[in-house]
Design a protein around this ligand. Structure first.
Ligand SMILES: [Zn+2]
Length: 265
Protein backbone atom coordinates (compact mmCIF):
# COMPACT_ATOMS: atom_id res chain seq x y z
CA UNK A 1 0.00 0.00 0.00
CA UNK A 2 1.24 3.43 -0.79
CA UNK A 3 0.35 6.31 1.44
CA UNK A 4 0.18 9.98 0.73
CA UNK A 5 -0.04 12.70 3.30
CA UNK A 6 -0.60 16.19 2.04
CA UNK A 7 -0.66 18.79 4.73
CA UNK A 8 1.42 21.71 5.87
CA UNK A 9 2.22 19.88 9.05
CA UNK A 10 3.78 17.08 7.07
CA UNK A 11 5.92 19.48 5.09
CA UNK A 12 7.19 20.81 8.39
CA UNK A 13 7.69 17.35 9.77
CA UNK A 14 9.68 16.23 6.79
CA UNK A 15 11.84 19.30 6.80
CA UNK A 16 12.55 18.61 10.41
CA UNK A 17 13.41 15.03 9.59
CA UNK A 18 15.68 16.02 6.74
CA UNK A 19 13.39 14.79 3.99
CA UNK A 20 12.38 16.64 0.87
CA UNK A 21 9.54 19.02 1.54
CA UNK A 22 6.25 18.22 -0.11
CA UNK A 23 4.00 15.24 -0.28
CA UNK A 24 5.05 12.34 1.85
CA UNK A 25 4.25 9.27 -0.13
CA UNK A 26 4.69 5.99 1.59
CA UNK A 27 4.01 2.43 0.64
CA UNK A 28 2.99 -0.54 2.63
CA UNK A 29 1.73 -3.88 1.53
CA UNK A 30 -0.64 -6.67 2.33
CA UNK A 31 -0.46 -10.41 2.30
CA UNK A 32 -3.45 -12.60 1.61
CA UNK A 33 -4.19 -12.87 5.27
CA UNK A 34 -2.87 -11.08 8.27
CA UNK A 35 -1.82 -14.42 9.75
CA UNK A 36 0.77 -14.74 7.02
CA UNK A 37 2.44 -11.50 7.92
CA UNK A 38 5.80 -11.79 9.59
CA UNK A 39 5.90 -10.75 13.24
CA UNK A 40 6.47 -7.06 13.53
CA UNK A 41 10.07 -6.19 14.07
CA UNK A 42 9.87 -2.66 12.73
CA UNK A 43 10.11 -1.10 16.13
CA UNK A 44 13.15 -2.61 17.78
CA UNK A 45 13.72 0.82 19.33
CA UNK A 46 11.23 1.25 22.19
CA UNK A 47 8.15 3.35 21.42
CA UNK A 48 8.97 5.80 24.22
CA UNK A 49 12.42 6.43 22.78
CA UNK A 50 11.03 6.97 19.28
CA UNK A 51 8.37 9.31 20.69
CA UNK A 52 11.07 11.42 22.30
CA UNK A 53 13.04 11.48 19.05
CA UNK A 54 9.98 12.55 17.05
CA UNK A 55 9.14 15.27 19.57
CA UNK A 56 12.69 16.61 19.51
CA UNK A 57 13.06 16.49 15.74
CA UNK A 58 9.62 17.85 14.82
CA UNK A 59 8.78 20.27 17.60
CA UNK A 60 5.50 18.47 18.22
CA UNK A 61 4.90 18.01 21.93
CA UNK A 62 5.44 14.44 23.11
CA UNK A 63 1.94 14.51 24.57
CA UNK A 64 0.57 15.06 21.06
CA UNK A 65 2.32 11.98 19.68
CA UNK A 66 0.40 8.72 19.95
CA UNK A 67 1.61 5.28 18.87
CA UNK A 68 -0.97 3.16 17.04
CA UNK A 69 0.00 -0.49 17.44
CA UNK A 70 -2.40 -1.76 14.77
CA UNK A 71 -0.96 0.57 12.16
CA UNK A 72 2.61 0.36 13.50
CA UNK A 73 2.62 4.12 13.15
CA UNK A 74 2.96 7.26 15.18
CA UNK A 75 0.16 9.81 14.87
CA UNK A 76 1.29 13.38 15.38
CA UNK A 77 -1.28 15.96 16.47
CA UNK A 78 -4.09 13.65 15.45
CA UNK A 79 -3.59 13.67 11.72
CA UNK A 80 -0.03 13.05 10.64
CA UNK A 81 1.23 9.51 10.39
CA UNK A 82 4.76 8.25 10.36
CA UNK A 83 5.52 4.56 10.39
CA UNK A 84 7.54 3.12 13.22
CA UNK A 85 10.02 1.82 10.63
CA UNK A 86 10.46 5.26 9.15
CA UNK A 87 10.83 6.88 12.57
CA UNK A 88 13.42 4.31 13.49
CA UNK A 89 15.32 4.87 10.26
CA UNK A 90 15.36 8.63 10.75
CA UNK A 91 16.49 8.16 14.31
CA UNK A 92 19.27 5.82 13.20
CA UNK A 93 20.38 8.31 10.56
CA UNK A 94 20.39 11.19 13.03
CA UNK A 95 22.47 9.26 15.50
CA UNK A 96 25.11 8.45 12.93
CA UNK A 97 24.24 4.82 12.35
CA UNK A 98 23.74 3.74 8.78
CA UNK A 99 20.23 4.26 7.51
CA UNK A 100 18.55 1.00 6.72
CA UNK A 101 17.77 0.32 3.12
CA UNK A 102 18.12 -3.34 2.53
CA UNK A 103 16.46 -5.71 0.10
CA UNK A 104 13.92 -8.07 1.67
CA UNK A 105 11.75 -10.78 0.19
CA UNK A 106 8.49 -12.29 1.33
CA UNK A 107 8.50 -15.73 2.94
CA UNK A 108 6.89 -17.15 -0.21
CA UNK A 109 8.25 -16.62 -3.71
CA UNK A 110 6.69 -17.19 -7.11
CA UNK A 111 7.31 -20.72 -8.38
CA UNK A 112 8.99 -21.54 -11.70
CA UNK A 113 5.59 -22.31 -13.18
CA UNK A 114 4.54 -18.68 -12.92
CA UNK A 115 7.64 -16.54 -12.60
CA UNK A 116 8.56 -16.68 -16.27
CA UNK A 117 5.14 -15.44 -17.36
CA UNK A 118 3.32 -13.43 -14.72
CA UNK A 119 0.25 -12.31 -16.66
CA UNK A 120 -1.28 -8.92 -15.86
CA UNK A 121 -4.77 -7.89 -16.88
CA UNK A 122 -5.64 -4.19 -16.63
CA UNK A 123 -9.33 -3.56 -15.99
CA UNK A 124 -11.03 -1.44 -18.64
CA UNK A 125 -11.96 1.27 -16.15
CA UNK A 126 -8.35 1.97 -15.16
CA UNK A 127 -7.51 5.52 -16.36
CA UNK A 128 -5.25 5.79 -19.40
CA UNK A 129 -2.31 7.28 -17.51
CA UNK A 130 -2.39 4.46 -14.94
CA UNK A 131 -2.51 1.96 -17.83
CA UNK A 132 0.52 3.66 -19.32
CA UNK A 133 2.30 3.45 -15.96
CA UNK A 134 1.39 -0.24 -15.66
CA UNK A 135 2.77 -1.05 -19.10
CA UNK A 136 5.92 0.98 -18.46
CA UNK A 137 6.39 -0.93 -15.20
CA UNK A 138 6.08 -4.29 -16.95
CA UNK A 139 8.78 -3.08 -19.34
CA UNK A 140 10.93 -1.93 -16.42
CA UNK A 141 10.93 -5.35 -14.77
CA UNK A 142 11.46 -7.17 -18.08
CA UNK A 143 14.52 -5.04 -18.83
CA UNK A 144 16.39 -6.48 -15.86
CA UNK A 145 18.98 -8.96 -17.12
CA UNK A 146 20.11 -12.13 -15.42
CA UNK A 147 16.71 -13.15 -14.05
CA UNK A 148 14.02 -15.51 -15.22
CA UNK A 149 11.35 -13.08 -14.01
CA UNK A 150 9.10 -12.05 -16.90
CA UNK A 151 5.82 -10.16 -16.89
CA UNK A 152 3.24 -9.89 -19.66
CA UNK A 153 0.00 -8.07 -20.29
CA UNK A 154 -2.93 -10.25 -21.26
CA UNK A 155 -6.29 -9.17 -22.67
CA UNK A 156 -8.50 -11.56 -20.75
CA UNK A 157 -9.00 -11.44 -17.01
CA UNK A 158 -9.68 -15.18 -16.89
CA UNK A 159 -6.19 -15.85 -18.25
CA UNK A 160 -4.50 -13.45 -15.85
CA UNK A 161 -2.44 -14.11 -12.75
CA UNK A 162 -2.80 -10.51 -11.62
CA UNK A 163 -5.65 -8.05 -12.09
CA UNK A 164 -5.01 -4.31 -11.89
CA UNK A 165 -8.19 -2.64 -10.69
CA UNK A 166 -9.50 0.52 -9.08
CA UNK A 167 -10.63 1.25 -5.59
CA UNK A 168 -11.54 4.38 -3.77
CA UNK A 169 -10.85 5.10 -0.17
CA UNK A 170 -10.59 8.47 1.49
CA UNK A 171 -7.39 7.24 3.06
CA UNK A 172 -3.73 7.97 2.54
CA UNK A 173 -2.77 4.99 0.40
CA UNK A 174 -2.33 5.28 -3.35
CA UNK A 175 -2.11 1.66 -4.40
CA UNK A 176 -1.74 -1.72 -2.80
CA UNK A 177 -0.83 -5.22 -3.84
CA UNK A 178 -0.81 -8.76 -2.59
CA UNK A 179 2.33 -10.75 -1.92
CA UNK A 180 2.92 -14.28 -3.31
CA UNK A 181 0.96 -17.19 -1.89
CA UNK A 182 2.22 -20.35 -0.24
CA UNK A 183 1.31 -22.34 -3.39
CA UNK A 184 3.82 -20.42 -5.49
CA UNK A 185 1.36 -18.14 -7.22
CA UNK A 186 2.14 -14.45 -7.45
CA UNK A 187 0.00 -11.93 -5.61
CA UNK A 188 -3.24 -11.61 -7.55
CA UNK A 189 -4.36 -7.99 -7.36
CA UNK A 190 -3.02 -4.47 -7.57
CA UNK A 191 -5.60 -1.91 -6.50
CA UNK A 192 -5.20 1.77 -7.35
CA UNK A 193 -6.89 4.35 -5.12
CA UNK A 194 -8.58 6.78 -7.51
CA UNK A 195 -8.23 9.49 -4.91
CA UNK A 196 -4.65 9.85 -6.21
CA UNK A 197 -5.35 9.97 -9.95
CA UNK A 198 -3.79 13.42 -10.02
CA UNK A 199 -0.26 12.16 -9.39
CA UNK A 200 2.27 12.82 -12.13
CA UNK A 201 3.25 10.11 -14.60
CA UNK A 202 6.62 9.60 -12.95
CA UNK A 203 5.07 8.93 -9.53
CA UNK A 204 2.53 6.58 -11.10
CA UNK A 205 5.31 4.61 -12.78
CA UNK A 206 7.25 4.34 -9.53
CA UNK A 207 4.04 3.25 -7.79
CA UNK A 208 3.21 0.51 -10.27
CA UNK A 209 6.79 -0.77 -10.46
CA UNK A 210 6.80 -0.90 -6.64
CA UNK A 211 3.47 -2.73 -6.46
CA UNK A 212 4.64 -5.28 -9.04
CA UNK A 213 7.66 -5.84 -6.82
CA UNK A 214 5.22 -6.92 -4.08
CA UNK A 215 3.33 -9.15 -6.53
CA UNK A 216 6.52 -11.14 -7.18
CA UNK A 217 7.63 -11.15 -3.58
CA UNK A 218 9.76 -8.14 -2.70
CA UNK A 219 8.93 -6.40 0.56
CA UNK A 220 10.05 -2.97 1.75
CA UNK A 221 13.73 -2.08 1.87
CA UNK A 222 13.24 0.12 4.91
CA UNK A 223 11.41 -2.50 6.91
CA UNK A 224 12.26 -6.00 8.03
CA UNK A 225 9.32 -8.02 6.80
CA UNK A 226 10.19 -11.46 5.47
CA UNK A 227 13.73 -12.56 4.74
CA UNK A 228 16.82 -10.45 4.06
CA UNK A 229 18.20 -11.07 0.57
CA UNK A 230 21.82 -11.97 1.12
CA UNK A 231 24.36 -10.23 -1.03
CA UNK A 232 22.33 -7.06 -1.51
CA UNK A 233 23.62 -3.67 -0.35
CA UNK A 234 23.01 -2.62 3.22
CA UNK A 235 22.12 0.90 2.09
CA UNK A 236 19.67 1.40 -0.74
CA UNK A 237 17.77 4.61 -0.07
CA UNK A 238 16.56 5.08 -3.65
CA UNK A 239 15.30 1.53 -4.05
CA UNK A 240 11.93 1.19 -5.75
CA UNK A 241 10.93 -0.96 -2.79
CA UNK A 242 11.58 1.79 -0.27
CA UNK A 243 8.52 2.94 1.63
CA UNK A 244 9.03 6.51 0.48
CA UNK A 245 8.05 6.99 -3.13
CA UNK A 246 10.19 8.97 -5.57
CA UNK A 247 9.77 10.05 -9.16
CA UNK A 248 10.76 7.03 -11.26
CA UNK A 249 14.46 7.16 -12.13
CA UNK A 250 15.20 3.50 -12.73
CA UNK A 251 16.17 0.61 -10.49
CA UNK A 252 19.08 0.80 -8.09
CA UNK A 253 21.82 -1.79 -8.31
CA UNK A 254 20.31 -3.24 -5.14
CA UNK A 255 16.90 -3.64 -6.80
CA UNK A 256 18.53 -5.48 -9.68
CA UNK A 257 20.69 -7.65 -7.45
CA UNK A 258 17.65 -8.58 -5.35
CA UNK A 259 15.60 -9.89 -8.25
CA UNK A 260 18.61 -11.63 -9.82
CA UNK A 261 19.21 -13.34 -6.47
CA UNK A 262 15.69 -14.58 -5.81
CA UNK A 263 14.92 -15.44 -9.44
CA UNK A 264 18.22 -16.34 -11.08
CA UNK A 265 18.17 -17.11 -14.76
ZN1 LIG B 1 4.66 -1.34 -0.66
Amino acid sequence: MMKSILSRKVVGLHKALGLAAGAALMFSCESKSKEEMAPNSASAVPVAELTTFLATSTGVKAGDIVYNEAQKSFILEGDVLITAADAQERMAASTGRAAQGEQWRWNYLVSNTYVTNIDYFINADVPADWKTATRASITNWNAVNGTKLFLREVTSSSAADVVVNLGYADENWIARAYLPYSNGRPGNTVTINTKYNYLSASYKEFTMTHEMGHIHGLTHTNQTQGVFITGTPTTDANSVMNATVLPWQGFTTGDIKAVQTIYPQ
